[in-house]
Design a protein around this ligand. Structure first.
Ligand code: IPM
Ligand code: MG
Length: 356
């Protein structure tokens, strides 16, 4: 097939890890006789520096007409001034909103080879397989915000409409049906009116459309605890924008490293946006030690969800498992053993792809 993929390397380690994912995608194209047109565009801090806008119009236009978008990471201390006119992260929020990417899928699975890299005990993390659905274009991230004229108070409002809740719950419940048949919805309904609405709407959708899917509700503070004490009990988890942001960073420690975790942001149509869960890691940028596997796995999700290339996606995932079996480890997952560089890791996955 012919497909176009826009690459947004962004800031920090973004360019290094996207380069490796590109290498692997090129190997996939050769191996399976596809043609992937890959073009790079500016986004994030680098786009502020060069064009004065974290999401320039030219980037947005290219993304709209692509089949899929692969993003590295945005942000860094250089752009951290709280009084600055704009920030790299504003570009990320804008692209999510502009492309209607309301569903953020974050799979949290432990690789048996890496159980020792987790800060948690093996008997707790072994066999964890959770799929988070984080609502991505609503909630407190996009509610009204205000700073009083005297500068003494500021507010950000959390709002959810029935429609926004229904569409993400439907996707999550449908995914649960294809997996182990259980959906957990996370809210703060003992305190927040917006969460009580979330809970009512969710219960209605589940009763009307998914009576066959086991359904439970958990308060967000309790969920923070259960994720560490009994993570294997969860299959699909659905939650709002900010709770999902926080819980997925927490859950990322189950597999050991943020460096292994991909994510997909999807709308009801149009291109999906694929990126690692981790950030731009400015402290290790340019050192050639970042783990490119999350970005490579994000590229695999792009093949699956946006290009319909399930066999190719599974082959990429198998290639990642293969290099782990071979004992290759970047610094974040080395647990004191020998360390593989960013480019060696990417090349090893690409070589396995070519040979598969
Ligand atoms: C994420 C990130 C972003 C978010 C930041 C960089 C704006 O933390 O994708 O989880 O909060 O959504
Ligand atoms: Mg986050």
């Amino acid at each position: 097939m012919n497909a176009s993929i826009v690459l947004l390397p962004g800031d920090g380690i973004g360019p290094e890890i996207v380069r490796e994912a590109r290498k692997v995608l090129e190997a996939v194209a050769v191996r399976f006789q596809h043609s992937f047109a890959m073009e790079e565009r500016l986004m994030g801090g680098i786009a502020i520096d060069e064009l004065g806008d974290p999401l320039p119009q030219s980037t947005l236009d290219a993304c709209r007409s692509a089949d899929a978008i692969l993003l590295g990471a945005v942000g860094g201390p250089k752009w951290d001034d709280p009084n600055a006119k704009t920030r790299p992260e504003a570009g990320l929020l804008a692209i999510r909103k502009e492309l209607g990417l309301f569903a953020n899928l974050r799979p949290i699975t432990t690789h048996p080879q890496l159980v020792a890299a987790s800060p948690l005990r093996a008997d707790i993390v072994d066999g964890v397989d959770i799929l988070f659905f984080r609502e991505l274009t609503g909630g407190i991230y996009f509610g009204d915000s205000h700073r009083s004229d005297d500068g003494v108070t500021a507010s950000s409002t959390m709002t959810y409409s029935t429609g926004e809740i229904t569409r993400i719950v439907r996707l999550a419940a449908a995914a649960a049906r294809q997996r182990r048949g259980k959906l957990t919805s996370v809210d703060k309904a003992n305190v927040l009116e917006v969460s009580r609405h979330w809970r009512r709407v969710t219960a209605q959708v589940m009763a009307d459309e998914f009576p066959d899917v086991e359904f439970e509700v958990v308060l967000v503070d309790a969920m923070a605890m259960h994720l560490l004490s009994r993570p294997r009990d969860f299959d699909v988890v659905v939650t709002g924008n900010m709770f999902g942001d926080i819980l997925t960073d927490e859950a990322s420690m189950l597999p050991g490293s943020l460096g292994m975790l991909p994510s997909a942001s999807l709308g009801s149509d149009g291109p999906g946006l694929y990126e690692p869960i981790h950030g731009s890691a400015p402290d290790i940028a340019g050192k050639g030690i970042a783990n490119p596997l999350a970005t490579i796995l994000a590229a695999a999700m792009a093949l699956r969800h946006s290009l319909g290339l399930e066999i190719e996606a599974a082959a990429m995932e198998a290639a990642v498992t293969g290099v782990l079996d071979d004992g290759l480890r970047t610094a974040d997952i080395a647990a004191g053993g020998p360390v593989t560089s960013t480019t060696e890791m990417g090349s090893a996955v690409a070589a396995r792809m070519a040979a598969s």
